[in-house]
Design a protein around this ligand. Structure first.
Ligand code: GDP
Ligand code: ZN
Length: 292
């Protein structure tokens, strides 16, 4: 008996099995080989895998190889994220720069490229304060899940990638996911409250295609980084602020924390290339005073 082999991506976990979207466009339900258990490796959604089809009609297969991961999120457990879309809102809840800075640092720590999505532009159209982030080098997109403004631009920035939304509660992450993938029917804030499904209900995450073709990209249906209680070593913080990177090599001390040190190129750039607000956020994080 000859088994057909395909490459694919795990889009969903169901019990001990995994649904793999294979290069032939079909969804195979796959049982992992025992070797993963022995090696203590759990397949994750987002994993690029190789499978052997055992039943072409029923679309069953064995999952036998997991390709090396480029990164991995713990919550939701997903591998190989190409882009974290940190979502904030212009109003309700009003914009909190310190909170965005914290999310940016967490995403940078996991080595995941970031896109900042400013949502609810229908509620407040003055978006000047976000220029700070564009100047710092972060890509931005402005959307309204309510009116669909900016959704096409957002789609274009998600194309060809595995995307995950992140950011504070209430900013419209679920609404955006629903607007991008209308067939999903994800419960948003109000609806999930009505259904009694609070944010503490565990649910299996899934990866959904954003269009017909793999080139349209994928999106994880559960937001990541909803918790911010990660400890980051002080020494690492500076390198996680994008706009500090060109200055820190110029500091007198190679282990400069950019707070009290002499001849600090980062401090010298504050108020010029580096915004005062971003620098103050940084200092709060270094001193462990960030409150979220
Ligand atoms: P999440 O917690 O980030 O997933 O936020 P939700 O998607 O649950 O949205 C929270 C609330 O904001 C809901 O009442 C949404 O209807 C509302 N909302 C989401 N996006 C927009 C938007 O672009 N404009 C307006 N006016 N309301 C929005
Ligand atoms: Zn310095």
């Amino acid at each position: 008996m000859v088994y057909i082999e395909y490459d694919g991506i795990i889009v969903k976990g169901v019990g001990g099995a995994y649904v793999v979207l294979a290069t032939d466009g079909k969804h195979y339900t796959c049982t992992p080989r025992g070797i993963f258990r022995n090696r203590n490796t759990t397949p994750l959604i987002g994993d690029y895998v190789a499978i052997s089809v055992t039943d072409q009609v029923k679309e069953l297969a064995t999952l036998h190889t997991i390709k090396p991961r480029k990164n991995q999120l713990r919550r939701p457990p997903v591998a190989n994220i190409d882009q974290a879309i940190i979502t904030v809102s212009t109003a309700q809840p009003s914009f909190n720069a310190g909170l965005l800075d914290r999310f940016l640092v967490l995403v940078a720590l996991e080595d995941i490229p970031v896109l900042v999505c400013v949502n609810k532009t229908d509620m407040e159209s003055n978006v000047d304060e976000f220029a700070t982030y564009a100047n710092a080098g972060y890509p931005l997109v402005y959307t309204s899940a309510e009116t669909s403004d900016g959704l096409q631009a957002l789609r274009e920035k998600m194309a060809g990638k595995i995307n995950v939304f992140a950011g504070p509660s209430g900013v419209g992450k679920s609404s955006l996911i629903n607007a991008l993938m209308p067939n999903l029917g994800l419960a948003t804030g109000e609806l999930s409250a009505k259904l009694g499904r609070g944010k503490h209900t565990t649910r299996h995450s899934e990866i959904f295609p954003l269009g017909e073709k793999p080139a349209d990209g994928y999106c994880v249906d559960t937001p990541g980084f909803t918790s911010l209680d990660v400890e980051i070593p002080k020494q690492e913080l500076g390198s996680l602020f994008l706009e500090f990177r060109e200055f820190s090599p110029l500091c007198r001390f190679s282990n400069c924390l950019h707070v009290k040190e002499k001849d600090c190129a980062v401090k010298d750039a504050v108020g010029q290339e580096i915004s005062t607000q971003r620098y103050e956020s940084y200092v709060k994080m270094v001193q462990g005073q960030s409150k979220f």
